[in-house]
Design a protein around this ligand. Structure first.
Ligand code: NAG
Length: 346
């Protein structure tokens, strides 16, 4: 009798019998031709067939994303099992941002000497087309046990970030499961070079304004905007969950607004004050977030270097910084009668 189980067994059998033919000769662990890295997991369509993007981070690092965040990269190479991006002088490494919740660790790219992710090129069959493809099988994290896998976890603005999951790990962060993925080599020799116009931001700062008020021109000369005269102190550049690696997602979760062409720190302060909040933070050029408390793990550092992460120019004033990529330029309303001073950065 043909029932549902029989049909799925037949289908499974058909899938196996039509699998592509895998060549027997081993692949070299160097790939000199430029390639893109594609992510595959045919049961997870939200990530399946997307490509690895690079996003500039602090210290010359580039972080890895799929989705709308980051810049497509067409010219990866493999050197002794390590994925390199020569134009940026970076290679794929693992380290940092260990999550207590799902025990994953960040996979990113850097020119520094962090322990590298080691891959082995292997043949596989494309789950959609059944064509032969070259996959980067994850072998080990240098100086760590062999095994484990690469996965992608929901990050911000609809993106996923790359993580490493250690061997035997069964922990899952229920709020953002790290989806196991296969990395696939897509040669780009016959594709046009990447366009220089592929930038990560969808926000453009208007060169001229049609409004009555003159558009400020110039570039920021100060690392932050001094608004003590308006009764707010600058606290520093505060991490969102992505960098603090704890919960909840937002550092300031009270109220928010965004403006693609008119965000400034003054505007954000006024907005949060009008909503009755004591803290205000700008982010990602155009966003304003408000709250009444800042968790210990989100309190900004007081080093000058820490301010570098808040380097996104405000959409409403090119002389100010409005946070960064999941970083807030954080201000606090000064209490009545107290001296209103910015935090001292050293
Ligand atoms: C797809 O992701 C799920 C969740 O991580 C995982 O259990 C499954 O093995 C993955 N499938 C492939 C083909 O990697």
């Amino acid at each position: 009798m043909i029932n549902r189980r029989t049909i799925s067994a037949l289908l499974a059998g058909a899938a196996v019998s039509s699998a592509c033919t895998i060549p027997t000769e081993p692949l070299d662990n160097n790939i000199a031709y430029p390639f893109r890295a594609q992510v595959q997991n045919a049961t997870r369509l939200e990530v399946h067939n997307q490509y690895l993007n690079l996003l500039v981070a602090g210290g010359g690092d580039h972080h890895l994303f799929i989705g709308p965040v980051g810049v497509p990269t067409y010219d990866l190479t493999l050197v002794d099992g390590v994925v390199n991006h020569v134009p940026n002088g970076v290679r794929l490494v693992i380290g940092g941002e260990f999550s207590e919740i799902d025990h994953t660790t960040k996979l990113f790219s850097t020119g520094r000497g962090d322990d590298r992710a080691i891959f082995e090129p292997t043949y596989g069959c494309n789950p959609d087309t059944d064509e032969l493809q070259i996959e980067l099988q994850f072998v080990t994290w240098q100086n760590h046990p062999t095994g484990g896998h690469i996965c992608v976890r929901h990050a911000f603005d609809g993106s996923h970030e790359f993580r490493y999951s250690p061997p035997g790990n069964t922990l899952i962060d229920v709020n953002r499961e790290c989806i196991k993925v296969t990395l696939v080599v897509i040669p780009t020799t016959d594709l046009p070079p990447p366009s220089s116009s592929t930038t990560l931001s969808t926000v453009t700062i208007p060169a001229t304004s049609t409004s009555a008020a003159p558009t400020p021109t110039g570039t920021p000369t100060e690392a932050f905007t001094d608004l003590t005269a308006s009764g707010y102190r600058f606290l520093g550049c505060a991490p969102e969950e992505r960098w603090a690696n704890d919960g909840p997602f937002r550092t300031l979760s009270g109220a928010s607004e965004a403006s693609a062409d008119a965000m400034t720190n003054e505007r954000c302060l006024a907005f949060c004050e009008s909503q009755g909040f004591a803290y205000a933070g700008t982010e990602w050029r155009q966003e304003c977030w408000c709250g009444n408390e800042v968790a210990d793990t989100r309190v900004p550092a007081t080093t000058l270097a820490s301010l570098a992460a808040c380097d996104h120019v405000c959409t409403g004033d090119p002389t100010q910084f409005c946070g960064g990529d999941a970083w807030l330029s954080l201000y606090q309303k000064c209490a009545e009668g107290e001296a209103c001073e910015n935090v001292a950065f050293t």
